[in-house]
Design a binder for this molecule. Structure first.
Ligand SMILES: Cc1ncc(COP(=O)(O)O)c(C=O)c1O
Length: 365
């Protein structure tokens, strides 16, 4: 089997894949209804929330669009806290739907600073919501969301969080950190194929929803809430992915959230240590380095495209490249979801062989 070490889609356990091949049933019947209700309850547990949680048939980006259109009106001011590609995407969605976006950008590889957020909110008292990425997959940085939330709530603003590649792997207590809308995606730490986004919605987000005027139909949380009362979704759901999610959530609940979080921390630490022992440098500020994806700087002659090709063709190992401005400058190792130390040890062993073949002149090669 290929060692798929990109930050999503991630490998899925056999039981999860087998659930995908289940025969179709009535998506408005009692059996699917029970599965949907159970999935929703388990998600609440893993989101650490009493807020409403919805399963949307979409990739993560669909979930981000849902977060925007359900709480905002055209002309609303939003503060976009951006530390990479996905922070920019969240801002772009808000802009396209007519929000006035105030950008607050931090250098890629660094985390957002909560004091700068305080200053921006002080300077823009009419901001309605703050958009923030929990775990920036493009740079391998996890923001200090607890500190960011504290700043945002001092100014009593809505907090919309892209937690697509962090939730379920890195601690994010949605209620304790007062997050109003939080989005994640099935193909990340949830050990499930792509196709489902999950969203939590706070009471304050519901108040905003009642006033929000951005166009919405498919994404309307109100419709999702009405249908969930009947154990249904408004539209035909991606049932096979939900069957798979139901199995992976059982596995996650059995492992226990604290154990999952600790496993990710342990494996991330091993990844960072091993990468450095090869003579490579981390791209992310190590104080905020992500426990789901490690971004590695290409230095000392390393040709990332060549390295990835040799890894893929000769070592059945797939790592991710850099996105946009970071193309050719970094590569990324995913370690989220169904991952063990052994998966990382295999990547490191392959890198040891491939780095010199791909021009790397650093370290002890
Ligand atoms: C932080 C973050 N936001 C948004 C997305 C976009 O999700 P999708 O590709 O599922 O639409 C991703 C996917 O890599 C992500 O990691």
């Amino acid at each position: 089997m290929e060692n798929l070490r990109i930050p999503g889609p991630t490998p899925c356990p056999t039981e999860v894949l087998e659930a995908m091949s289940r025969q179709m049933i009535n998506h408005r019947g009692p059996v699917f209804g029970k599965t949907l209700a159970e999935v929703t309850e388990k998600l609440k547990l893993l989101f650490q929330t009493k807020n409403d949680v919805f399963v949307l048939t979409a990739s993560g980006t669909g979930g981000l669009e849902a977060a925007v259109v359900n709480v905002l009106s055209p002309g609303d001011k939003v503060l976009s806290v951006s530390i990479g590609v996905f922070g920019e995407r969240f801002a772009t969605i808000a802009k396209i739907f007519g929000a006035e976006v105030i950008p607050l950008r931090f250098e890629w590889g660094k985390a957002a600073e909560s004091d700068a957020i305080r200053q921006a909110l002080k300077a823009n008292p009419d901001v309605k919501a703050v958009l923030v990425t929990h775990n920036e997959t493009s740079t391998g940085v996890t923001n200090d969301l607890a500190a960011i939330s504290e700043a945002v709530k001092e100014y009593d603003k809505l907090l919309l969080v892209d937690a697509i590649s962090g939730l379920g792997s890195i601690n994010l207590p949605v209620d304790d950190w007062h997050c109003d809308v939080v989005i994640t995606g099935s193909q990340k730490g949830w050990m499930t194929p792509p196709g489902v986004a999950m969203a939590s919605v706070s009471p304050d987000a519901w108040k905003a929803h009642a006033e929000a005027k951005m166009p919405r139909f498919y994404w309307d949380f109100g419709k999702a809430r009405d249908y969930l009362k009947k154990q249904q979704t408004p539209w035909t759901p991606g049932m096979s992915v939900i069957f798979a999610l139901s199995v992976s959530l059982n596995m996650m609940v059995k492992e226990g959230l604290p154990n999952i979080i600790a496993r990710h921390a342990r494996i991330a630490e091993l990844t960072r240590k091993s990468v450095k022992s090869l003579g490579l440098a981390l791209f992310a500020d190590e104080n905020y380095a992500s426990n789901t994806v490690t971004a590695v700087a290409a230095s000392n002659g390393l040709d990332v495209a060549r390295m990835r090709k040799i890894l893929r063709e000769e070592h059945q190992t797939v790592v991710a490249g850099g996105q946009q401005n970071l193309d050719g400058k970094i590569f990324r190792i995913g370690h989220l979801g169904w991952v063990t130390e052994n998966d990382i040890e295999k990547v490191i062993a392959a890198l040891k062989v491939v780095l010199p073949q791909a021009g790397f002149k650093g370290g002890n090669q």
